[in-house]
Ligand binder design. Structure first.
Ligand SMILES: Cc1cc2nc3c(=O)[nH]c(=O)nc-3n(C[C@H](O)[C@H](O)[C@H](O)COP(=O)(O)O)c2cc1C
Length: 316
């Protein structure tokens, strides 16, 4: 029960953020009014909400992370004025949160941060495949952080055979969507699908790619795989490389989710590796495995059901 409340508490705060606008009136580095020797460690402002003045009285701290996710609520006790105040920390990481706590301390207030427990176990069940994105760019620092975190995935012989191609340029996205669309059309034709249906499905897949702020192509770099002496060994090494790339892809999705981004894994490049390589002018050893669309979620899909433990495990 408490677990559920916890979740809806943070969801409600995210919705408040979504409905309002953070107005930064004390940018990072500004001297504090009563204590000019103390400077604001991060951008600070207030939340302007259409029908609430109370929200405007609450400080909002903005960190370098996702601008749409509340990372902590800070409670401060002002013993002098006998007040208990609250402020929101948005997209704030642990060191940024510490700098805010320290700021309050320097102006004579004790602050207690209540952190959103985006801890590992919760992330595993909360991540969803999101197929509709807001028309809002993804900050370069965020996508690079997600890729950096993905690169901590385990890999066979620690060979790290994953490669990530971040496609944000519209012309490049068009070329990619075009290449995948043609391959898809070719396959549907071969299956005898009627032309109108082919047109509808190809266009839908094209639009999905074009409407995502970022498309991240996940590749396997063949050059990183050990040669293997026999055919059987080569096959084993190839499969281990593939497993390693898949692990990095999953870890990327989780990292992106932890950073407030949404993703969906598309298998389309698997059916047109050469066309994708040509469209994006990739090194010949980079073999496309999946396309992961990334952006800010414009939907909150219900979790698809999972098989029960009894169906997926055995004790021996
Ligand atoms: C290897 C792989 C291929 C996938 N291919 C597609 C795809 O082509 N199109 C799509 O919409 N979703 C695709 N998905 C997403 C799955 O449909 C999704 O993970 C699954 O329905 C469970 O939903 P969840 O991710 O929200 O838990 C793929 C996922 C994986 C792991």
């Amino acid at each position: 029960m408490i677990e559920k409340n916890w979740q809806s508490f943070w969801d409600s705060l995210d919705r408040l953020l979504e409905e309002g606008e953070v107005i930064v009136d004390r940018p990072q580095g500004t001297p504090q009014g009563c204590f000019p020797q103390v400077r604001y460690p991060l951008d600070c402002g207030y939340l302007a909400l259409p029908n609430s003045e109370a929200a405007a009285e609450m400080d909002v701290w903005r960190g370098s992370g996702a601008p749409n996710q509340v990372s902590a609520v800070l409670l401060t006790v002002d013993e002098h004025n006998l007040e208990l105040n609250r402020s929101l920390a948005v997209g704030v990481d642990e060191s940024e949160l510490e700098s805010v706590v320290d700021f309050y301390l320097q102006i004579g207030l004790t602050a207690i941060p209540i952190r959103r427990r985006q801890e590992s176990l919760r992330l595993l069940t909360e991540r969803r495949s999101v197929r509709r994105f807001l028309d809002r760019a993804v900050e370069r620092a965020l996508i690079e952080r997600a890729i950096e975190l993905a690169c901590w995935a385990p890999s066979a012989h620690n060979e790290q055979p994953w490669r990530f191609v971040v496609v944000s340029d519209l012309t490049m996205k068009e070329r990619l969507a075009q290449a995948l669309g043609e391959a898809f059309r070719h396959d549907l034709l071969a299956q005898g699908v009627p032309p109108e249906e082919i047109h509808r499905r190809v266009e839908r897949s094209r639009q999905r790619i074009l409407s995502a702020p970022l498309a991240v192509l996940l590749c396997l770099c063949e050059e990183d795989l050990p040669p293997g002496m026999t055919e059987r060994q080569r096959k084993g090494e190839w499969e281990m490389g593939l497993q390693s790339v898949a692990l990095a892809g999953g870890q990327f999705q989780l990292a992106a989710h932890a950073l407030g981004l949404a993703t969906v894994w598309l298998c389309a490049p698997l059916f047109a590796p050469q066309a994708v390589q040509n469209a994006l002018n990739l090194p010949s050893a980079w073999q496309a495995q999946a396309l992961i669309l990334v952006g800010y979620a414009a939907e909150r899909p219900a979790p698809p059901p999972r098989k029960s433990l009894a169906e997926v495990m055995l004790y021996r």
